[in-house]
Ligand binder design. Structure first.
Ligand code: GLN
Length: 511
């Protein structure tokens, strides 16, 4: 795929760098993130139409602050500096950056002057989002301040081919942030070249060029990423060369194995269904530790795929549904270690010792781009819009031991919950909704008799990307009806509770 003539984003460690990339792509321009340690040679190879310098947690005047040769960089293409990016440009070109007496965090109002190029077409006062403690005290020669905050601090500066904002146009709280990227792209004379159509056809051609010989093994999970991967490969190489494996681990939702398998056949994939329910349930017996559950399930998936491979000697490639955020080489501010909260299970993450060559057709894409590509390739809408479902499936929604009985309880309750969300037109308003079976029994009364049965927790959250989440504020009448249906229809449950924990401090799934 032709990936040059787009935008290069140089990452200085901002938590929003990927958002800059998404904004440009949403506007139809190819954009790519590179760490500030990248060489100028590498940037030149990309033939960028424009270069964006991200924000970052450092202060440009500190001795260990990330640097870049701005004088060389500006010869390559027009620049847009954001926050730290603006400060770095000012610092390197002879301006003065210093600690500000007034810090500006969060919402700020700015006003700009009518002579600016980048804000052209917008009202003079705007609400923007800021997060900085340093300011450009004086601009380099050839620059002018084009916007100030209500504190009269500089909010933007520009010269002929360089624009810079102290605020973050990539953050959704900034009004008309997109307009700034759009104007920058116009000023760079970039042409939109990024759409589901061009991306899809480009990726199909790439697969054809790469996989000249040998067949491909593609693990399917029922989710969007693996389905789109399989569709792309099948379009490129034909169904007979793409062997898709869909495993029933017994931990799927009610009737999901049958339904998803049928859908895969309908869209023309060559799928091998493997029912390994008894193997998984056998190995999960008396396991209660969540990390152990995840590890056992991961290992068994691999065993099943290895077993399939022995029947497919013509397979020399392994497809993985890796996405852009997993491969982008991002800057970890201050080299800080990040803690493992949960080990991640990914059916695509098969071991290297299988001696297969790896193909990752989605490695350039963000999740929302994968969804759009899926629609373009003809995947059914309900599959594209499905809530995320964890690799270890219902095993991590049963706290404590997983058994055939507990699975049946969760499957029944889950179906009632999801059906009711769809009936009330709430499914699409929610990022993820599910039931959790607790290993706790409480006393109840049903039909005048004493019961002593399990508690079921309901969880429904809204989120943009799964990184943070809020619990969904249902109408009491909805919860009342739902609780009633579950206790009436699912034997083994006599009490229903609703989880009102956001992320953080809770995670979305319970285990
Ligand atoms: N660390 C710099 C400041 O505080 C830049 C911050 C940023 O890029 N968000 O001003």
């Amino acid at each position: 795929m032709k990936l040059n003539e787009g935008f290069v984003i140089i990452d200085f460690g901002s938590q929003f760098t990927q958002l800059i990339c998404r904004r440009l792509r949403e506007l139809g321009y190819f954009a790519e993130v590179l760490p500030y340690t990248v060489t100028l040679e590498k940037i030149k190879k990309h033939q960028p139409k424009g270069i964006i310098l991200s924000g970052g947690p450092y202060s440009v005047f500190e001795s260990d602050a990330p640097q870049f040769d701005i004088l060389e960089l500006e010869k390559q293409a027009p620049l847009l500096g954001i926050c730290y990016g603006m400060q770095l440009i000012a610092h390197k070109k002879g301006g003065v950056v210093e600690k500000s007496l007034v810090k500006e965090y969060g919402h700020t109002t700015i006003s700009w002057s009518s002579e600016t190029q980048i804000f052209k077409g917008l009202p003079l006062n705007q609400e923007v989002w800021m997060s900085h403690g340093d300011i450009v005290k004086s601009v380099p020669s050839g620059f002018k301040i084009t916007a100030v905050t209500h504190n009269q601090l500089p909010a933007a500066m520009e010269s002929d081919r360089i624009w810079a904002t102290q605020f973050h146009p990539e953050v959704s709280h900034t009004q008309n942030g997109d307009h700034i990227f759009k104007r920058f792209a116009e000023l760079c004379q970039a042409k939109p070249n990024w759409s589901a159509n061009t991306v899809g056809e480009g990726l199909i051609q790439d697969i054809k060029d790469l996989v000249k010989q040998g067949d491909v093994l593609c693990a399917l999970s029922g989710g969007v990423d693996s389905s789109v991967t399989a569709m792309l490969l099948t379009r490129a190489l034909g169904a007979e060369r793409v062997h898709c494996v869909f495993v029933n681990n017994g931990l799927l939702r009610k009737n999901e194995y049958e339904n998803v398998l049928k859908m895969y056949h309908e869209i023309g994939l060559h799928v091998i269904g493997v029912d390994a329910t008894s193997l998984f349930l056998e190995q999960l017996k008396s396991v209660v530790d969540p990390e152990q559950k995840r590890k056992i399930i991961g290992r068994l998936f691999i065993e099943v795929f290895e077993d399939q491979l022995t029947h497919l000697p013509q397979v020399t490639w392994l497809a993985q549904g890796t996405l852009y955020p997993d491969v982008v080489e991002s800057v970890k501010p201050f080299g800080g270690p990040t803690q493992t909260i949960k080990s991640h299970h990914n059916v695509g993450g098969l071991p290297q010792n299988m001696k297969l060559k790896i193909i990752e057709p989605l490695r350039w894409l963000f999740k929302d781009e994968v969804r759009r590509l899926g629609l373009y390739l003809g995947l059914p809408k309900p599959m594209i819009e499905r809530h995320p479902f964890p690799g270890p499936g219902l095993a991590i929604r049963i706290i404590g031991e997983v058994s055939a009985e507990s699975l049946e309880i969760v499957q029944k309750a889950d179906q009632i919950f999801i059906d009711m969300l769809k009936e009330h037109d709430l499914y699409h308003k929610i990022w993820q909704a599910f039931c959790v079976l607790l290993p706790v029994q409480t006393v109840g009364v049903q039909g005048d008799g004493r019961t002593y049965e399990q508690v079921l927790a309901l969880r429904a959250v809204t989120s943009r990307d799964g990184m943070t989440a809020d619990w969904y504020d249902f109408e009491p009448a909805f919860l009342k009806k739902l609780s009633n249906q579950i206790t009436n229809q699912v034997s083994g449950i006599n009490r229903v509770v609703y989880d009102i924990t956001s992320k953080p401090p809770g995670t979305i799934e319970w285990e």
